[in-house]
Design a protein around this ligand. Structure first.
Ligand code: PEP
Length: 254
């Protein structure tokens, strides 16, 4: 039995005020009923978020982490610093980091390991572009992204990790993968990890990301290998995000 997982990736949105209001609404209205809820605000709001979330069931995550431990890396944030703010999770390998900030598979694997070394659970994002899907390369691309981390970190590092399948063409576009398309890739990811260790593969939480909304979450989460979602735009609205979380709880209970 895998605990449903829903994380909100706020990206570079909002202000200190709006972040505070969103968190307060989530803390007020979230009634935990089996799903794990995580919010990933921008770094500069982590301190406020840590204080607001104290005593609530909602966990805190970051959107990125440095692969380096400390030192002369201007603008970077180390895993130890995330630990200072009670971050339980960190997103690594988001397609925006890969595409806009030049992060490659090796870099992503190093970030994954920087997090797991300190007990911060990585949310590892993998996914293909539209060109790669059209060229029939979806499985090859996702497998390459996954293998880079499996080979560098070892399958045991996946015990506490979450994998997010996020087709790049579905992120922020309103074009969601169909439940069947998403399920096929989630199954492929589970099979790949399962080849390295069957138990870890079975227990691994694999969540879908890409234009998930309150209106389409239930049908996605009903698929057997979809254990929840990584939510961008819809996580900026408390009511929508809570609805999505409820869909994950219901799917987990079935
Ligand atoms: C994301 O940024 O990880 C994401 C899935 O965004 P959206 O839900 O807005 O497509």
């Amino acid at each position: 039995m895998r605990q449903p997982f829903v994380a909100g990736n706020w990206k570079m949105n909002g202000s200190r005020d709006s972040a505070g209001q969103l968190l307060e609404a989530l803390v007020r209205d979230f009634q935990p009923n089996g799903a794990e809820m995580v919010v990933c605000p921008p770094f500069v709001y982590l301190a406020d978020a840590m204080r607001t979330l104290r005593g609530s069931a909602i966990k805190l995550g970051a959107q990125n982490v440095s692969a380096e431990e400390s030192g002369a890396f201007t603008g970077e944030v180390a895993a130890t610093m995330l630990q200072d703010f009670d971050c339980s999770y960190v997103i690594v390998g988001h397609s925006e980091r890969r595409q806009l900030f030049g992060e490659d598979d090796e870099n992503v694997a190093r970030k994954f390991m920087a997090a797991t070394r300190l007990g911060i659970r990585p949310i590892l994002c993998v996914g293909e572009t539209l060109e790669q899907r059209d060229a029939g390369e979806t499985e090859t691309v996702v497998r390459r992204q996954l293998d880079a981390v499996l080979e560098a970190a070892g399958v045991h590092a996946f015990v506490d990790a979450v994998v997010a399948y996020e087709p790049v063409w579905a992120i922020g576009t309103g074009q969601t993968a169909t439940p069947d398309q998403a399920q096929a890739m989630h199954e492929a990811i589970r099979t790949r990890v399962g080849e390295a260790d069957g138990t870890i593969g079975d227990r691994l939480r694999i969540v879908y990301g890409g234009s998930v909304k309150a209106g389409n979450a239930a049908e996605l989460f009903a698929m057997p290998d979809i254990d929840g979602g990584l939510i961008g735009g819809a996580s900026l609205d408390a009511e929508n995000f809570l609805d999505i979380c409820q869909s994950a709880e219901k799917a987990g209970a079935n």
